[in-house]
Write a protein that binds this ligand. Structure first.
Ligand code: GAP
Length: 460
């Protein structure tokens, strides 16, 4: 994958209105990003497709939309206050603050750092004379532990109030609500609770555009099972996660599954695999699947003193369910969908010359606009508006009047619109329009009367 593909994606996102740097007119705020009109629609389409695929199309799944702020005791019980940490070093020369594991991995091939003790990290850095990527010095402070939970305060006077945490993952609200959700929805094991929403982490090394940010969106579910079933259901959910890649349009040839070894496992997990994606900056985690055992429910039962056990009507006994957790970064999905969709093709420009067309080959269900209505000249705007009014209740439809028709086709290619509908002078005579297909660039004449049905069939 070409090194500058990321630059091309970042530039396209800014130029066409997918993603802008956050608060840019004030000089920005590092690693914050605003989803502009097309990015907001793309993100929403991914979220909606996920909710449909994993929640509403299934009988064994229910949804939740919980508060971002939770009682701090939740994060103590979950282990995040003690264990949700990264190791940091500071360059003594230029004062750059760096993640010890990233520093080592970037300098030394084939060294696995996950799970190493702080002293081991220090030894690797000193013995290998690893250089600071910012200034080249080799003198670092000792590695220190840094908690990733994002603290804030409730109330107007920070000093007088207890700190609370912005949630670092969605999972905990699914655990603390488990019993009430099970009782009110009357679900029997196995079943899942799904949620989509913002999470916050005080990441030490955010970056690579929207890949790793301090504030991001997650889509995840906790699937509650009987303990003896976990292996078979783990395989099942890994398969479903692969099916999802197809639904959302993430290139499966650029993904692989990586098993966490024992040292790398999170404090709550007995088995975790990552689905990784080959980005222009290396193989990176896209999604995760973890077997969280009964770790979370047991801790919440113990720390809250509340009975969160499940009554099994088949055996007339109580049990604490075990949990499988498929987790999907939503904003990270946006990036991988953009990387998968980006294509450059050599085409003829109509004057017999070759030119490069950039086309975002989004899956049709994910594309921000499904169709664009283009009047050939401004005189045809009224007729074209009639066509837009017919289509817009059925599909998110763009209306584009500026520039030559060729330029408008190129713009729609770049924003990934599957179909362009052109209204020309013949339309006034024959009540027909030209439909152009984004991928094949083939054009077809279709009656306005049958246009909605035609698009409904092709966009399926
Ligand atoms: N509940 C489990 C959990 O939160 P995780 O691997 O820490 O697991 C889940 O995070 C997913 O969230 C990751 O697979 C990734 O897609 C996404 N993610 C994690 N940290 C992120 C960050 N700083 N910025 C954007 N996405 C992130």
């Amino acid at each position: 994958m070409s090194e500058n593909l990321m630059e091309k994606i970042v530039s396209l996102c800014k130029r066409r209105g997918f993603v802008f740097p956050g608060s840019e007119i004030y000089g920005g705020l590092a690693n914050t990003w605003d989803y502009a009109p097309l990015g907001a629609q793309l993100k929403k389409n991914i979220q909606d497709a996920w909710w449909k695929f994993f929640v509403t199309d299934r009988m064994d799944m229910v949804g939740l939309d919980a508060a971002i702020l939770m009682n701090p005791k939740v994060w103590q019980a979950s282990g995040h206050v003690d264990c949700f940490n990264d190791a940091l070093v500071d360059c003594k020369e230029c004062k750059a603050r760096l993640r010890a594991d990233h520093l080592i991995e970037e300098a030394l091939d084939d060294v696995k750092v996950e799970g190493l003790e702080l002293t081991d990290l220090d030894k690797l850095i000193t013995n290998n004379k690893i250089k600071c990527p910012k200034c080249g010095a080799t003198d670092f402070t000792k590695a220190r532990v840094f908690n990733l939970l994002f603290q804030t305060h409730i109330g107007p006077v920070a000093e007088d109030s207890e700190p609370v945490f912005l949630r670092g993952e969605l999972a905990q609200s699914m655990f603390v609500n488990f019993r009430q959700i099970q009782e009110t929805s009357r679900k029997k094991l196995p079943f899942g609770i799904a949620q989509v929403g913002k999470c916050f982490r005080n990441e030490i090394t955010p970056g690579n555009f929207i890949f790793r940010t301090i504030e991001f969106d997650l889509m995840e579910f906790e699937y509650f099972i009987k303990p003896e079933e976990w292996k078979e259901r783990f395989d099942y959910w890994l398969d479903e996660m692969h099916k999802w890649l197809d639904v959302v349009g993430i290139d499966p040839k650029k993904t692989r599954v990586r098993e966490h070894d024992e040292k790398e496992l999170s404090h709550y997990s007995d088995r975790t695999v990552d689905i990784e994606f080959e980005t222009p900056f290396g193989w990176k985690e896209l999604y995760g699947l973890a077997y969280r055992t009964d770790f979370d429910l047991k801790n919440h039962i113990e720390k809250s003193g509340k009975d969160l056990a499940y009554f099994d009507p088949e055996t007339n006994t109580k049990l604490v369910p075990h949990v499988l957790e498929p987790t999907f970064g939503l904003t990270r999905s946006v990036l991988m969908v953009l990387l998968s969709a980006y294509h450059e093709e050599e085409v003829e420009n109509g004057k017999g010359e070759k030119e490069t067309r950039v086309v975002m080959k989004f899956n049709k269900n994910i594309a921000p606009f499904k169709v664009a209505v283009l009047p050939l000249v401004n005189k045809l705007n009224d007729k074209a508006k009639e066509v837009w009014e017919q289509l817009s209740p059925h599909f998110v439809t763009d209306f584009d009047t500026s520039g030559t028709i060729g330029k408008r086709y190129r713009r729609q290619d770049e924003i990934g619109t599957p179909y362009c509908v052109t209204v020309d002078f013949d339309t006034l005579e024959d009540e027909s329009v030209t439909i152009r297909d984004r991928d094949t660039m083939k054009q077809e004449r279709v009656k306005i009367e049958g246009l909605t049905e035609y698009l409904e069939n092709t966009l399926k």
